[in-house]
Write a protein that binds this ligand. Structure first.
Ligand code: SF4
Ligand code: SF4
Length: 384
């Protein structure tokens, strides 16, 4: 038993319960109020397909793909709802449903360029220019900084990578990158239901990491973080996977990165894959609180609302995706904060499309603050 069949009992449990608790935090349901687009309705659709009561129609395909896989429904329910939805997508593709054209182009780009954004492989390494970071080689560096496709090949998102690398270097952390040879983590494939291609890619990635003698992978992107962590642990690998926010927060706490605290009020948006799905809530807040006053949005931590960029929604359902970004930005503005801080390239891109709120990446924020303190120290020394 595999794929969607594996979850049949869970689907039956949902059908029997039908409590609807999952509706309250579902950003898609709250925006569209369509019953088949929240988990209760989606589970019922999947069960109907498995029981042979439903056929695959355009509405069924929409129910599978109009979801950000943000995991908010899992917060209110004992069932593994986001896993159901991923299996639902895989089921449809295996039953002859063509991938949505927006999603098939992501997979095509991945195949030809090693990233989902049609950027040449050489673009992956551009951000490292002038940083003097060694390239991973067997038995050289045990810590690998994993940039991730989206930030590596996209300006200005790659500024976050530069900031992270500089912060690690300032604190004396030794690390390497895979440069142009860094592979995609496969998150995109997984989220759009291309499970076989994802499994193939994951197995190849593990071999590459093992050949280099990597003991720890520090990811910049929350999507890479949950994807690599789950796939490496699932394969029984001992390679530890962390997110840069965890590493850098510890360096701040240890006093290895000195920062200057301002009186500015800032709010922090938990990216779904770092927060609710990755369980990393405190470390980014440690960083924000080291440089500013943190004011929370009412929906924070486990209850944070998705920015709308996840799981292919941004490419396949742009209007809905934008609405979700607008709503989340409105929550941020209502806190009275001057700045919305986040730590995910997808969230950052989303929020930058909504006017009226300054959006800052967590690592850039910290680097700027640590440079301010160095500038001040330099001026003080001159004065002495
Ligand atoms: S998915 Fe969970 S919370 Fe939603 S109706 Fe089913 S059992 Fe209830
Ligand atoms: S994963 Fe998020 S968007 Fe999808 S059904 Fe659950 S709460 Fe709604």
């Amino acid at each position: 038993m595999s794929g969607l069949e594996e979850f049949k009992e869970e689907l039956e449990t949902c059908f029997g319960t039908s409590c609807g608790f999952c509706e309250r935090g579902c950003p898609v349901y709250q925006d569209l109020k369509v019953k088949t687009l929240c988990m209760r309705g989606r589970n019922r659709t999947m069960l109907g397909l498995l029981q042979g009561k439903f056929e695959i129609t355009p509405a069924v395909v929409q129910a599978a793909f109009e979801c950000t896989l943000c995991g908010n429904c899992d917060r209110w329910c004992a069932l593994k709802n986001t896993d159901h939805t991923q299996a639902f997508r895989e089921y449809l593709l295996k039953h002859g449903v063509e991938p949505m054209k927006e999603h098939s182009s992501l997979a095509l780009s991945l195949k030809n360029y090693g990233n989902p954004w049609f950027q040449p492989r050489s673009a992956r390494n551009r951000w490292t220019k002038g940083l003097n970071i060694p390239k991973a080689a067997p038995a050289q560096q045990e810590v690998l900084f994993f940039a991730g496709c989206t930030s590596a090949v996209t300006k200005p998102l790659n500024r976050s990578l530069v900031a992270t690398a500089r912060l690690l270097q300032k604190a004396g952390v030794k690390f390497s990158t895979m440069g142009q040879d860094e592979p995609c983590c496969g998150s995109t494939l997984l989220r759009v239901g291309q499970t076989d291609a994802f499994n193939e890619l994951s197995a190849a990635n593990l071999k590459k990491f093992q050949a280099l003698g990597i003991k720890k992978i520090v990811t910049a992107c929350p999507g890479c973080y949950t994807t690599l962590k789950k796939s490496l642990e699932g394969a029984g690998s001992k390679i530890k996977v962390t997110h840069a926010a965890q590493e850098i927060a510890q360096l701040v706490k240890d006093g290895k990165i000195k920062v200057k605290k301002s009186t500015e009020r800032m709010t922090y948006h938990d990216p779904c894959h770092l927060g609710r799905l990755g369980g990393v809530f405190d470390d980014p807040r440690t960083i924000v609180e080291s440089v500013a006053t943190l004011v929370e949005m009412p929906n924070n931590r486990y209850e944070s609302r998705c920015c709308g960029a996840g799981a292919g929604l941004q490419t396949a359902f742009p209007k809905l995706s934008k609405n979700l970004a607008f709503k989340r930005t409105a929550e941020a503005k209502a806190t009275g904060a001057t700045t919305l801080v986040t730590s995910c390239p997808f969230c950052e891109t989303q929020f930058r499309t909504i006017p009226g709120m300054k959006v800052v990446d967590l690592m850039e924020l910290l680097l700027d603050s640590s440079q301010d303190i160095e500038k001040n120290n330099g001026q003080n020394k001159k004065a002495i």
